[in-house]
Design a protein around this ligand. Structure first.
Ligand code: MCA
Ligand code: AMP
Length: 465
């Protein structure tokens, strides 16, 4: 059973936890979760894909859980989504309704409410492990985000492998304040907790003070969160009582790793993955945690490095190659995009990650960077330069646009847009925030006379800094 801790027999037999989930001021016991989510399941059973505006609320928890009980694929929509991205996600996914919260502009879809106090004790048969659990939209270098089809089998395999790597048990209290529309916060954080049976606390925003106050044993954060924690002495000291601090979604700077060790007494566990592969590599609870390295393959995962011609690259800890991964948690393809799927998933089941890495003789991996400058990681969010450029070029005051990710001490990379045109920077930042998602807005817009281009007219992004 995917959400094993919600097995009605176990809950009825008294294995209940009064505060299984705490989120947005609400506390849900396991029987609340089973009863209310099964009531949601009754309302959506048999539906096609449903969209969930994934705010960090009990409504989202019950909407997602209800769909998983009924075997209805969930399409999480970013809580801060803008108009163009929302339309794209709905059209592309073919979602038939909004479940739970509904945005100001529902785009003509019907609304199915989630009732926090409704209860049903109907028993649903466990859907096939091959059934789609969810479709998560994620950015590529160009074009609008692609819908990544993730099976129930992949989620279960990934959580189980992580549980072994981190000694994650029902005794843990897992704390995070990450969005519930990406793998990190939703699949690992929420679904991981509902599978393993530990208490789950969502802090709303992932602020250092909220992390410190939550009193957890297991904490998840993106590097921006950990960098903010080490800048807040009281919060960092409070986390010394935790069991394990886990960092992922983007490179953890070595100075932040070292500061965590110094202030909390914990060397963070680092792990690496993607929406398409879920988590594939991690350092281990009882193994070496080496600053700047993301660890070993999880159970069932294989990795290899290839050069530009696809030839194998030696695992000597120094030679850089393109990272390819294979394992039980890979995605089933992109929605409506067999071409894009074939580009990254080969016939032998290897996923071409787009990252470049080194592997040492012990199997430890270090991520060196990405193959393309057009895929930006800002605050742990994956953002395509192309999608922002398209939206900027759709503004009447923009003639040319080039978007890059520049180094940023807080966000890892900061989105900076270079534009030729008459529009004011603030107007363009707001335009992107309204059309895509707030978190995809450029933090800075520089109006320039011309973009640097080569003889073929291609923008020389490396010269933009
Ligand atoms: C500012 N705001 C605006 C504007 N400017 N709103 C509208 N228009 C504008 N022009 C407001 C926002 O609404 C928000 O308000 C506030 O400014 C700050 O927003 P934000 O940019 O979100 O804040 P931040 O401080 O820069 O956020 C840092 C963060 C965030 C909290 C670390 O980046 C974050 O949550 N990152 C996590 C990403 C993640 O989970 N990635 C995992 C991908 P208000 O505060 O009122 O809302 S999954 C993955 O990568 C895999 C598989 C893996 O390996 O894990
Ligand atoms: P997403 O699909 O949002 O999960 O983004 C996946 C990408 O995030 C990967 O291909 C990497 O580029 C990056 N990433 C995730 N985890 C790490 C990590 N621990 N270190 C470095 N990069 C990471």
């Amino acid at each position: 059973m995917l959400l094993a801790s919600l097995n009605p027999s176990a809950v009825a037999a008294g294995h209940d936890v009064g505060d299984a989930v705490r989120i947005d001021g609400a506390t849900l016991s396991r029987s609340d979760l089973v009863g209310a989510a099964t009531s949601v399941a009754e309302r959506v059973a048999g539906a096609g894909r449903v969209a969930v505006l994934a705010t960090p609320t009990a409504t989202t928890v019950l909407a997602v859980t209800g769909c998983l009980i009924a075997g209805v694929p969930v399409v999480p929509v970013p809580a801060d989504v803008g108009a163009a991205e929302r339309r794209h996600i709905l059209n592309d996914s073919g979602a038939v309704a909004w479940l739970g919260e509904v945005p100001a502009e529902p785009e003509g879809l019907p609304h199915v409410p989630v009732r926090l106090h409704a209860r049903s004790w109907h028993r649903y048969a466990e859907p096939s492990p091959d059934a789609t659990a969810m479709i998560i939209y994620t950015s590529g270098t160009t074009g609008p985000p692609k819908g990544v089809v993730i099976s129930r089998r992949a989620i279960a395999a990934d959580i189980d492998a992580l549980a072994t790597a981190w000694a994650w048990t029902p005794e843990d209290t897992l704390v995070h304040g990450l969005p519930l529309f990406h793998v990190h916060g939703l699949i690992l954080g929420l679904l991981g907790s509902l599978r393993i049976g530990n208490r789950f606390v969502h802090t709303g925003k992932p602020s250092p003070a909220a992390y410190a106050a939550a009193g957890g044993s297991l904490y998840f954060g993106v590097p921006t969160v950990w960098s903010r924690v080490v800048s807040d002495l009281d919060a960092a000291l409070a986390l010394s009582s935790a069991r394990l601090l886990v960092s992922g979604s983007a490179p953890l700077p070595v100075p932040v790793f070292d500061d965590l060790v110094r202030l909390t007494g914990h060397a963070p566990v680092e792990r690496y993955g993607s929406t398409e592969s879920l988590i594939t590599l991690s350092t281990l609870v009882d193994g070496e945690r080496r600053p700047g390295w993301v660890g070993l393959p999880l159970a069932g995962v294989q990795t290899r490095l290839a050069d530009d011609d696809g030839a194998p690259v030696s695992h000597d800890g120094a030679t850089i190659g393109r990272l390819e991964v294979r394992g039980p948690a890979l995605f089933d393809g992109y929605v409506n995009r067999p071409d894009a799927t074939a580009e990254v998933l080969d016939a032998d089941g290897w996923y071409h990650t787009g990252d470049v890495a080194v592997i040492d003789g012990d199997g430890m991996h270090r991520i060196v960077g990405r193959e393309s400058v057009d895929l930006i990681k800002s605050g742990g969010y994956r953002i395509g330069a192309g999608e922002i450029e398209t939206v900027l070029l759709g503004h009447a005051g923009v003639d040319e646009a080039a978007v890059v990710g520049l180094p940023d001490a807080d966000l890892g990379q900061r989105i900076v847009a270079f534009v030729v045109g008459s529009a004011a920077p603030k107007e363009l930042i707001d335009h992107v925030a309204q059309q895509l998602s707030t978190h995809k807005r450029p933090r800075e817009v520089r109006v320039v006379d011309a973009l640097p281009r080569n003889a073929m007219g291609k923008v020389l992004k490396k010269e933009l800094s």
